[in-house]
Design a protein around this ligand. Structure first.
Ligand code: CMP
Length: 139
């Protein structure tokens, strides 16, 4: 049984392109409730810690450069089956493979600048959310 909390980030290029509003509208229309949200920015060090599972992979440096290149919007979302339903809503990591109507199909530019992040498990939703929201245990 899946939990009812997930973690998301609207990534730098989508923020720069003024896509925060359109993306949040889709998220709300799909039944997700925003439990916590902040506009913030990764330092390189914090991005490296957040993405430590990808350290050593060929795309790691590009990922860290990109995610620390400008403001992001981090949020905790609530819905039944939140993790799986949200990953379906955002679409494939590679926007060329993302289904029609998904957030990445609509707003992503490429595999790195792919508009939005969604946690891939209940465990990671809590780990990633705790990175930004110290009051997470209250939600
Ligand atoms: P996301 O799943 O939000 O978090 C990890 C990111 O690493 C992912 O989005 C992509 O932006 C990036 N990534 C994952 N796999 C690859 C890959 N094969 N090539 C380039 N970037 C990748």
């Amino acid at each position: 049984m899946s939990g009812n909390i997930t973690f998301t980030m609207i990534k730098p290029r989508a923020v720069q392109n003024n896509f925060i509003g359109p993306i949040l509208k889709i998220i709300n229309e799909k039944g997700f409730r925003i439990k916590a949200m902040k506009m913030t920015r990764f330092t390189r060090e914090r991005a490296e810690a957040f993405y430590e599972i990808h350290k050593g992979k060929f795309f790691f440096n590009d990922l860290i450069d990109f995610m620390s290149s400008g403001p992001i919007v981090a949020a905790i979302l609530e819905k039944d089956n939140a993790v799986d339903d949200f990953r379906e809503l955002i679409g494939n990591t590679n926007p060329e493979k993302a289904a029609e109507g998904t957030i990445r199909k609509l707003f992503a530019e490429n595999m790195t600048a792919n508009a939005i992040h969604g946690a891939d498990s209940d465990e990671n939703a809590i780990r990633e959310g705790s990175f930004f929201f110290s009051e997470l245990e209250q939600f």
